[in-house]
Structure formats: C-alpha cells, structure tokens
Design a protein around this ligand. Sequence first.
Ligand SMILES: [Zn+2]
Ligand SMILES: [Zn+2]
Length: 255
Amino acid sequence: MSLGLPVAGHWYQSRDLEDGVVLIREPHVHPFARCNIWLVRGEERDLLIDSGTGVLPLTPHLPMVKHRPLIAVATHGHFDHIGALHEFKDRRAHGHEADEYAEMPDAMTLAPLFRQLEAPVDAMPYESWSRAHYRVAPAPIATRLAEGDRIDLGRRSLTVLHLPGHSPGSIGFFDERNGILFSGDALYDGELIDDFPRSDVEHYRATMQRLRALPIHVGHGGHGPSFDDARKSTLVREYLEGRRIQGCPEPPGGI
Ligand SMILES: [Zn+2]
Ligand SMILES: [Zn+2]
C-alpha cells in the first residue's frame, strides 16, 4: 500500500533535448507505468505527445506553452499515456481507438494494471491519493488521426504513422526534416509488449518491418532511453528474430 510514503516534492521532471524537443517524466511512478511524455516545439504551436498517468495535473508543469496553441495527441489508449489528456482542448488520437476516449473503459486503458501494482508509486502525488481510486478521466476526441495525416507546427511538421500491434490504434509521429521518430509503445529500447488483450503479433511484425525501412536520426519511444538508427535496427531485429513469434515458447527468463 501507499501509506507511509512521503509526498513527492516535484511530480514531473523535464529535460530539454536538441531540436526543440522536451522530455517530461514522472520519476515516482513505477517503471512499468512510467511513460515518456514528449513536447515538440514548433514556430507557431506545440505538440504534446502522450500525457502520463494523470495522477496530478500536467498543465502547471508546462508554463512554456501557456500562451501558445497546443495540440495534444495520444500514441495509443493505455492509461500511462493518456492520464492528463483531458486537460487539453485540442485532443487527437487514431480512429481505431478514438471513440473510447469519451468513456475511457478499462478494456482500453488497462488502468487496473496500475491499481494492481504492488508499488505503483514510490512517493505520493498528494497526501490522500489512493491507487484504488485511480481512473483515467474521459477525454473525448474531436480529431481522429489516420496514417499519413500531417500535423503542422509552423516551420515544422510531423507525419502520422499507423503502427498497430501493441494496440490496434497505436501511432507514431515522424518529423522527416529532422529525422526524429516518436514511436510510442510500438518501438522503444526495452521489453516490448505484444500480449495485451488487444495486441496482435502479426500486425506488430508488419510494423517492425516498416520501421526497419525508415531511416532516422533519433527515435524517442514511449518508454526507456532514446535510440539512434543503429540501435533501432537492433531492436527491430531482436523482435523479428522470432523471440516473440506467436506460438513459440517463452524465452528463458520470461518476458
Ligand atoms: Zn501501451
Ligand atoms: Zn506504455
């Protein structure tokens, strides 16, 4: 239980990376549920890619975008990526999952996984917080995204890539000019998950083939450290080399 834990001094932590990208994280969230939140700065507006667990408001942590238009997108509908989405007006997600954001059913968000973790946090977001009451707030989607859509931020634009497998509506965003890929949970430097209830291994494999052919300067995933093109190739190869082919026995040591 969370009782006895101190209240965290700062819930969010951010780091400025190159090319106008800011990484925001929730260091006190269990690593399994600690996603990478990306802020991509354009000349006219900014793009927020994912929004964390939402246990505390994210907006106060984003003073740099206070007086600018912000587009908030979700790479997919799992709780660790969409918890604070409701705070933003311009919300976008892939059409395969978008309808469900109005209700945020557990079947999509997988919020019970967070409630059931032994230690979902290692410090309290606020004194009376309880994991038993954790829910994802409804955030109806007005703009449904699809493969090939472009998001223009002013002198910078990103293309939507549909990357199903981890979930049916998983998407990534590719800034072609800078070679920056935001890949959500389709690809990151860590244990990839293709056995959630709505995961599909064949779709995942096709997504990996596609990512293999995409040259990048840097990849920013939904979890874990960022990766370069060589590391991307390794991650893709390790997945495709059969470790997770449907029907194969689990690798030694489990997943
Ligand atoms: Zn996920
Ligand atoms: Zn995730």
